[in-house]
Design a protein around this ligand. Structure first.
Ligand code: NAD
Length: 264
């Protein structure tokens, strides 16, 4: 299969690093015109430069905006009118025991992980329906199915994304617009690397040892038995964003190494 996204306009939120950056790169390499997003202008500029040199045939631009706020999303939608491929990737995570999570954290997680995608889908999906082609992908998590007791607030936001995604898909009946979610498991993004490095220091281990024991201890059902790479997640996202994935709609697609033990 040769995925060709030439002429399609893609926006990937939170794409200055991690999974989002790998998705933006994959889309650009498939010919899409990609808009990179992050909160700091310097990081957005660096990401645009990196993607432009990796995919010189594609147009890559950047927009700095905090998608956790209505104002940030408005800034994006005012500057970027039409999007064919919206990847709601920006997200935060932090292990914290339930009794220590204050209201402010619950609200912050909801704003970043859920409302960013809600606001952007509300802005861009009508244009997709009008043009009769579009892709919306929510980057959820296996934590949306297996709620982790060490960050229940995160798990709740990841389940909420699945609900929004499925609900929006119901609005696409009979069109060539699709809305899906992709559920990564533990993935070695920059954000997770920092977390694993801290664990390694705490436990007097190498980073590799800390990563391996994290998977064994916290995700014992993993069939992959290691962290996924950001490219392994991006591959699934590029496929579901492609024209070839036209029959996949309203789905929660797992790229989590088999941690979730149910068949469907
Ligand atoms: P990361 O921390 O490495 O990167 C996240 C990116 O989002 C960064 O570029 C950050 O600057 C940006 N960002 C954060 N808040 C933002 C905001 N308010 N506005 C704009 N940009 C913002 O994270 P990651 O590990 O690559 O995670 C990406 C997505 O994948 C998240 O939604 C996360 O929940 C999901 N996920 C990650 C893992 C994992 O193990 N890495 C597992 C399952 C799901």
């Amino acid at each position: 299969m040769n995925i060709d996204l030439s002429g399609k306009a893609a926006l990937v939120t939170g794409s200055t690093s991690g999974i989002g950056h790998a998705i933006a790169k994959g889309l650009a390499l498939s010919g899409a015109n990609v808009v990179v997003n992050g909160r700091s202008q310097a990081k957005v500029d660096a990401a645009v430069a990196a993607l432009t040199s990796a995919a010189p045939a594609s147009r890559v631009a950047g927009l700095a905006a905090d998608v956790s706020t209505a104002a940030g999303c408005q800034l994006l939608t005012e500057r970027l009118h039409d999007v064919d491929i919206l990847i709601n990737n920006a997200g935060i995570f932090e292990p914290k025991g339930f009794f220590d999570i204050p209201d402010e954290d619950w609200t912050r997680f909801y704003e970043v992980n859920v409302m960013s995608g809600v606001r952007l889908a509300r802005a861009y999906m009508p244009g997709m329906l009008k043009r009769n082609w579009g892709r919306i992908v929510f980057i959820s998590s296996e934590s949306g199915l297996n709620i982790p007791k060490e960050m229940i607030h995160y798990g709740v936001t990841k389940t909420a994304q699945l609900a929004v995604s499925r609900g929006l898909a119901e609005m696409t009946r009979g069109t060539a617009v699709t809305v899906n979610s992709v559920l990564p498991g533990p993935t070695m993004s920059e954000g997770v690397e920092t977390f694993v490095k801290d664990l390694a220091i705490q436990n007097g281990q190498s980073v590799e040892e800390a990563a391996a024991s994290f998977v064994k201890q916290h995700r014992p059902t993993s069939l992959l038995q290691r962290f996924a790479s950001v490219e392994e997640i991006a591959n699934m996202v590029i496929y579901v964003a492609s024209k070839e994935a036209s029959a996949t709609n309203g789905a929660a697609l797992r790229a989590e190494g088999g941690i979730v033990q149910t068949i469907a």
